[in-house]
Write a protein that binds this ligand. Structure first.
Ligand code: GLU
Length: 375
């Protein structure tokens, strides 16, 4: 059974004036309900539109810029949005569930597992979860920021086979104006041609979609960007995906996933609180010899973090090498950096372990390896 995340952007949910409209959503819901009933897959919807719906109800002409106004609009609008989904799915006797997430929920391992368990149970009951960011409680630095990223992280969480990003464009266009049908590798050129485009009513342009595609493909999910205004698009995409037929939109090919669930969580769901600069010996040991990071290789410590936080490891040329969960606080590390492991206890008065970052808690970044994160 295919697991499919469908991201529905603001452009599908609103008309030209930014007013909430079910013109396209009604078709999408009909399609998803039908495919779900036929057993074509387990569906999750990641929807935007809460702020848009709130704007309309509050009489705001432009998308709010301040966080408090965004939160206010989302609080009013989320309710309206989910009512629309409820009404549309009810016609097909399809039960839905509302899940509102913040980045913070996903970066706590316990709640991350809870969310995943809840979604599995909802699938068991044949319910379609409708997910949005919990804009009302998320503060800026803890936000996903846009629903493209949220959809990619949800795909990663549920180990989705397919992520469909539906917006008002047919896919990614080359600089010569041609639709790119397949992207095997998200190269800097691809990122460059996606730059630009945001609208008055929505959050991300093509660039956030490509960045989301990068996260999702690296986690083993195929990503397709397509036009949600085209009738029958989901069925068409699914058929092409399953049969290898003519592709619609732009397909981003999934990477073979090399990371286990815990490392994927470290890599994609934790925000880093600091940086460690390491010497060439330590760099060689973690990149090429599968070793843990020891205090002796650490040259410098930046940021403010406690034991258990995520940090980025860099070389002396400021290249990002790895991300990991740190075993010591930044205060401790400032004292033990450059020292041998057998000196830790003497310096600090205690020892949590020989490693500053144990190999099990360390993920090599794509910039340091051959194209995607590695254990
Ligand atoms: N969470 C926002 C909303 O529902 C949308 C963010 C986005 O569109 O990327 O309004």
């Amino acid at each position: 059974m295919q697991r499919i995340v469908v991201k529905i952007g603001t452009s599908i949910l609103t008309d030209e004036d930014g007013k909430l409209s079910t013109k396209y959503l009604a078709h999408i819901v009909e399609e998803i309900a039908g495919l779900h009933k036929q057993g074509a897959g387990e569906f999750i919807i990641v929807t935007s539109g809460a702020i848009g719906a709130g704007m309309q109800r509050l009489g705001l002409k432009e998308r709010p810029q301040t966080i408090i106004l965004k939160q206010t609009a989302a609080a009013v609008g989320q309710n309206i949005l989910i009512e629309i989904y409820e009404g549309l799915f009810k016609k097909y006797e399809q039960t839905i569930a509302q899940i509102l997430l913040t980045h913070q929920d996903m970066s706590c391992r316990k709640s991350y597992i809870n969310i995943s368990n809840t979604i599995s149970k909802l699938f068991e009951y044949k319910v379609i979860p409708i997910i949005n960011e919990n804009d009302t409680v998320a503060v800026d630095e803890l936000k996903f920021g846009d629903n493209d990223t949220l959809a990619a992280l949800v795909s990663q969480l549920v180990e989705a086979d397919l992520l469909l990003i539906l917006s008002n464009v047919d896919g990614l266009y080359s600089s010569a104006g041609e639709l790119i049908s397949i992207v095997e590798e998200i190269t800097p050129e691809i990122i460059k041609i996606s730059a630009g485009t945001t609208s008055k009513f929505s959050t991300g342009g093509m660039q956030t979609k490509i960045e989301a595609a990068k996260i999702a493909t690296q986690s083993g999910t195929t990503v397709i960007i397509s036009n949600g205004k085209t009738k029958g698009i989901i069925t068409e995409i699914l058929q092409a995906y399953l049969t290898g037929g003519k592709k619609c939109g732009t397909t981003f090919v999934a990477k073979e996933n090399k990371l286990n669930s815990r490392k994927r969580w470290i890599m994609y769901h934790l925000k880093e609180s600091g940086e460690l600069i390491i010497d060439e010996g330590a760099k060689e040991a973690i990149l090429n010899r599968g070793k843990s990071l020891l205090p002796s290789g650490i040259l410098d410590v930046k940021g403010k973090f406690d034991e258990g936080d995520a940090v980025i490891i860099k070389d002396t040329q400021n290249r990002k090498l790895a991300k990991g969960l740190i075993g010591y606080s930044q205060n401790d590390l400032l004292k033990i950096k450059g020292k041998q492991t057998n000196e830790i206890e003497q310096i600090l008065g205690y020892e949590y372990g020989e490693e500053v970052i144990h190999r099990d808690n360390l993920v090599l970044l794509e910039s340091a390896s051959n194209g995607y994160p590695q254990a």
